[in-house]
Design a protein around this ligand. Structure first.
Ligand code: CP
Length: 296
């Protein structure tokens, strides 16, 4: 397999071998096998990114790949060139693989069909649909905290509806034996396909959870008829010391980033000992290097 649009096609054996490779890379960083020598990867990001783009770039260069950083806004896309013709042009320039982020839901599936068999591809996030490498690095990080994932209890809170990570994360967790994920957020930001879910934050409701995965409100993905009462969001769902006290949450805090301080999370919680936020960023480097190693 050399194209990753979603995590659906990834089997348990693939996931375990990916996490083993990511751990090997972590333990030997920065001395890693130069499997990318002679190959070129193109980063094509239609949406802003810090973590995903830079960790893929750093991972690819550390593996010996040449990296082309393609910026749609300063390319001929601004003169009307289509995504399809852009990809054909880059293929003519002898690119061996693509890592693509795009605002359109499910465009990764179209891109996957467009590319020749030998060209590798990783979806770096498409609309609200999928962000497989983020879900992989999150579960890798959870596994560092709890090796036996069948015992792990997770809660996700915030904008579940527009999040492109959470469904993939649950799919990976299920494949690896974790079936205990609960979802919290305002009614309008929950997803009926992800249950059990609740808008109520009751006393002690997170007492048994090991991980609290925080999701910011994805304002950039709200439709015209969707509006969020941010004052209500902050007062009910912001993760701060009083929230942790009320819910009796004692586990680890995760957030895919970027974080919005004093909206979905307070500064003191973000930098507390409970926070794995920067561990996630670091593990993104190793997990993405392992992904490139396995699929190229
Ligand atoms: N989590 C995530 O995808 O971050 P970036 O948008 O910075 O890549």
């Amino acid at each position: 397999m050399n194209k990753i649009s979603t995590v659906s096609e990834l089997e348990k054996q693939f996931l375990e071998s990916l996490f083993d490779s990511a751990l090997d890379i972590k333990n030997s960083w920065p001395n890693i096998e130069q499997i990318g020598t002679g190959k070129t990867v193109c980063l094509l990001f239609w949406e802003p990114s810090t973590r995903t783009k830079l960790s893929f770039e750093h991972a690819a260069k550390s593996l010996g790949f040449k990296v082309i950083d393609f910026s749609p806004s300063s390319s001929s896309i601004a003169k009307g060139e289509s995504l399809e013709d852009t990809i054909k042009t880059l293929l003519a320039l002898k690119v061996d693989g693509f890592i693509i982020r795009h605002p359109q839901d499910k465009i990764s599936l179209k891109i996957q069909d467009l590319l020749p068999e030998e060209i590798f591809f990783i979806n770096a996030g498409d609309g609200s649909y999928a962000h497989p490498s983020q879900a992989l690095l999150d579960v890798f990080t959870m596994r560092e905290k709890c090796e036996d994932l069948s015992k792990l209890k997770v809660a996700a809170i915030g904008d579940i509806k527009h999040c492109r990570i959470i469904a993939s994360q649950v799919e990976i967790l299920n494949k690896l034996g974790c079936n205990d994920v609960k979802f919290y957020g305002p009614k309008d930001l929950l997803n009926n396909n992800l249950t059990p879910c609740s808008s109520e934050i009751t006393d002690g409701c997170l007492a048994d959870r090991d991980i609290l995965y925080i999701i910011r409100v994805k304002h950039e993905r709200l439709k015209e008829n969707e509006s969020i009462d941010m004052d209500h969001f902050k007062s009910t769902y912001q993760i701060n010391e009083s929230f942790l006290e009320k819910t009796k949450f004692k586990g680890s805090i995760m957030h895919p980033g970027p974080i919005n301080i004093d909206l979905e999370i307070s500064q003191d919680v973000a930098i507390s000992e409970k926070s794995l936020i920067l561990n996630q960023v670091e593990n993104g480097l190793y997990t993405r290097a392992a992904l490139l190693q396995i699929i190229t």
